[in-house]
Design a protein around this ligand. Structure first.
Ligand code: NAD
Length: 403
């Protein structure tokens, strides 16, 4: 009997891609398939911890680990390379390290910053979407604080945060912890620091109850954060943000300007597939792309629909769902190799926590609302669990949040 090993190619080693590989190497035998993982960096980074690096409470190295620690090199070939083109019909992926053929493809290329075409945003604002951008954000804030010592320009102590979504609020939570320390180091009076968060919508964090959101607002306001709600940012420039207030445009001044108001899936998605919106493609319930039963799209490049018909909405792109999508994809690949029917994905929502620095937070876990220290504790459990789920207990012991 002639026997050919199927080629499985996984693109991206974020939460979704690395979960797929971690599970594939458990359920698929060496003789069954040839598994290749391609990722731009040699390391995986915890994208949900980036706000800590951006605020200066965590070194970027603490939030990353080598992909080699997860990959079983007897079963999986890891290629550090950047994907440049996906030819879905020729079943070939082009990368900076050559071409790779596939029988089964898993596209899990993650997210990028999205400025929605707002003038000046890419040029004048920093973002928090990778270890590099997080480190840059921290450096910009510190450089401006140092500048203040000679300039005495209040603009150098002013920080503008665009968007009060999860990233914005978690970043603010860390900032109010780290900035007093930074001020002490540089002999600056913390009361001179101005932190303003500008949000387009009249309310924030709509997934939480009013009581929980109010807890977050009170926590941040009591530590000096000023919120401007219902004021969309319409431009960024060398002086800060331009915002719309009652139909009038107003310049807000700051030297440190951080955009936390938009993410999208990888730009390679639009170049490779049809019907892609903001880098995300709607997937079928087995997580494959319509018309391509051999191509899975998961994580931030996928719109996984909750419900059917007109009322269907995509689930938010979180680490929790990305890891479940990865595991389910591996399961479906195994079923498909066995000639069995693939199964629909069912999301098991265990809850969400939004941290407010190291010791506070808000969240809903197993249907129960939590806030304060218990939410902060749960956030650490969630962060550590993500490492353990993908990398096992040993990695969890070194990279988890309970050291
Ligand atoms: P988001 O899209 O969830 O939030 C962006 C915020 O910016 C929104 O409140 C939006 O109204 C606002 N905004 C958009 N345009 C604006 C403008 N022009 N001016 C002012 N405000 C504007 O983005 P995010 O916070 O980066 O989160 C992205 C995804 O990652 C979400 O699905 C989120 O749930 C997830 N996430 C989860 C966690 C967690 O579970 N702890 C942490 C970070 C991110």
């Amino acid at each position: 009997m002639s026997y050919e090993r199927k080629k499985i190619l996984v693109l991206g080693a974020g939460y979704a891609g690395l979960s797929t590989v971690a599970k594939l190497q458990k359920v698929i035998g060496v003789q069954e398939a040839d598994i290749t993982l391609i990722n731009k960096n040699e390391y995986h980074y915890e994208s949900t911890w980036l706000h800590e690096t951006a605020a200066g409470s965590m070194n970027w190295e603490e939030g990353v680990y080598p992909i080699a620690k997860v990959v079983d090199n007897m079963k999986v070939r890891f290629i550090p390379a950047e994907v440049t083109k996906i030819d879905r019909d020729a079943k070939v992926v082009e990368t900076t390290q050559g071409e790779f053929e596939f029988d089964t493809l898993v596209v899990s290329l993650g997210f990028e910053s999205e400025s929605f075409g707002i003038k000046g945003m890419d040029e004048f604002a920093t973002s928090i979407v990778s270890p590099e951008t997080a480190v840059h954000t921290r450096e910009v804030i510190e450089k401006n604080f140092i500048n203040y010592k000679s300039s005495k320009d209040p603009k150098d102590l002013s920080i503008l945060v665009g968007g009060a979504g999860f990233t914005g609020v978690e970043f603010l939570g860390e900032l109010v912890e780290t900035l007093p320390e930074l001020c002490k180091v540089h002999g600056i009076d913390y009361s001179m620091v101005k932190i303003t968060c500008v949000e387009a919508m009249p309310s924030m964090l709509p997934m939480f109850s009013d009581e929980l959101t109010q807890h977050a607002v009170d926590f941040l306001e009591s530590r000096g954060v000023e919120f401007m709600l219902g004021n969309p940012i319409v431009a960024a420039n060398e002086n800060g943000f331009v915002v719309k207030i009652n139909d009038e445009e107003q310049q807000l001044e700051a030297s440190s300007v951080i955009w936390t108001a938009g993410v999208r899936g990888s730009r390679l998605m639009e170049e490779s597939f049809e019907g892609v919106k903001r880098g995300r493609i709607v997937v079928k319930d087995d997580l494959t792309i319509d018309g391509y039963p051999n191509i899975f799209a998961i994580g931030d490049v996928a719109a996984v629909m909750n419900g059917t018909g007109e009322n269907a909405r995509p689930y938010p792109t979180t680490a929790q769902i990305a890891m479940q999508l990865g595991e389910h994809t591996a399961k479906n690949i195994k079923l498909s190799l066995n000639g069995e029917k693939m199964e629909p994905f069912v999301y098991d929502d265990k809850g969400t926590v939004c941290s407010l620095g190291n010791g506070d937070g808000i969240g809903v876990v197993m249907g129960k609302e939590i806030k304060g220290k218990s939410a902060a504790f749960m956030k650490k459990v969630i962060d550590t669990r993500a490492v353990v789920k993908i990398g096992g207990l040993v990695l969890g012991a070194t990279k988890g949040k309970f050291l």
